[in-house]
Design a protein around this ligand. Structure first.
Ligand code: ZN
Length: 177
């Protein structure tokens, strides 16, 4: 089945009024801020719905799925990361107060001229990225040539220890003389 392209822009208020859906794929390359961190090609699968909840909050909810490739900050090797992002946005009119939004929603400030789908998706993906991307298993970093500072320090102590022992032996022998 061919996936229809996503629109470039949406009017979130209209999407809410129509209980609309956004389904499709967006190339990762379309997101320039993310491209500075991510080396993976590929696409984000977008599945969002709009509506009004029982408290009258106009929302856009759904999920984004993709795989990104970041740089591990421990070993500087490639770090592939699946991203499975749950989206829960509460629509806020320009100038309105976002503090009344129930806690499970992030505010989405809607400008007059609508929202670029790529910006919306990119913001959500950037928020989902780890602050300091690192391989979860340190052995993956070691496979990329990383030596843990702890391990290096331990070897250092081992090397120094005989001399430290010798020094104290010398002191003891001087004292006994
Ligand atoms: Zn690493």
């Amino acid at each position: 089945m061919r996936i229809p392209p996503l629109p470039d822009m949406i009017n979130p208020w209209q999407m809410v009024a129509e209980s609309g859906r956004l389904e499709g794929e967006l190339p990762l390359a379309a997101m320039s801020r993310l491209a500075e961190l991510n080396r993976a090609k590929g696409a984000v699968s977008v599945s969002l719905t709009a509506g009004v909840d029982e408290r009258g909050v106009r929302f856009i909810k759904g999920a984004l799925r993709t795989d990104v490739e970041l740089v591990c900050q421990r070993c500087l090797g490639p770090l592939r990361l699946p991203l499975d992002v749950t989206v829960g946005l509460g629509l806020i009119q320009a100038g309105a107060d976002a503090r009344h939004l129930p806690g499970e929603y992030e505010p989405l400030l809607v400008p007059e001229d609508g929202v670029a789908v790529a910006d919306l998706v990119e913001d959500e993906l950037l928020l989902a990225l780890p602050q300091i991307p690192r391989h979860e298993d340190r052995r993956e970093c070691e496979a990329n040539g990383y030596v843990a500072p702890g391990a290096a320090a331990a070897r250092h102590i081992e090397r120094r220890q005989p001399f430290a022992g010798l020094a104290s032996l010398l002191r003891d022998s001087k004292r006994s003389n």
